[in-house]
Design a protein around this ligand. Sequence first.
Ligand SMILES: C[S@@+](CC[C@H](N)C(=O)[O-])C[C@H]1O[C@@H](n2cnc3c(N)ncnc32)[C@H](O)[C@@H]1O
Length: 205
Amino acid sequence: MANRWPTFEGRNSAILLECVRHPRRTGAVASTPLCCAEAFIDRLAIEEARHVVELGAGTGVITSALRHRLPSTALLLSVEISPALATQLRAKHTADNVEVVCGSAAELITILNDRRIPAVDCVISSLPWTLMPIEDQHRILHSISAALADTGCFSLLLAASHTWTTAGRRFDTLLREHFPHIRKERPHWANLPPLRAYHCRLSDR
Ligand SMILES: C[S@@+](CC[C@H](N)C(=O)[O-])C[C@H]1O[C@@H](n2cnc3c(N)ncnc32)[C@H](O)[C@@H]1O
């Protein structure tokens, strides 16, 4: 049976090492628990998606859960800034419908233009938003809103405890400036700190 809880082997040692090297950029000492990733993916309307982007794929727990839920015709672009993690992701995800891009989420529009993808149906992120400079938050959110199809959805996982901090409240305000329709889920307690999913849209469909 698959291990649904984090162990300090394999992917967790990879992210722990990355966190020691780049703590603010990594934002986690362990990968997202599989049960959190699956609960998150279960709430996404991706059955008919053609283009899906994951920002900050890390060790690929969400990538794997996503890949199994996407239609076979969909393309998943997984963007990861860490060269070490991106190399591991590429080795693990060799399917034709998954492309791992080593780069920054801030380059999203260039990444899509290079592949002639005009718009995406869904953007998913577990980026460490509240640890980023506000200019980067603004730039990435602007790119996501420009990349999304009118009916698209931007879904993110955020540490619930961060939402009460000054940085968390500032991010919340910025999120609302970019996305008029936001639905927040209850926290997933299987992660420490608990994770909360947000689903953000440009229109109410
Ligand atoms: C909280 S971790 C993601 C954990 C992931 N869900 C997992 O299970 O391994 C955040 C990830 O975002 C990546 N990241 C941070 N800033 C980024 C950026 N600007 N563009 C792309 N990836 C970024 C980090 O390198 C890290 O792998």
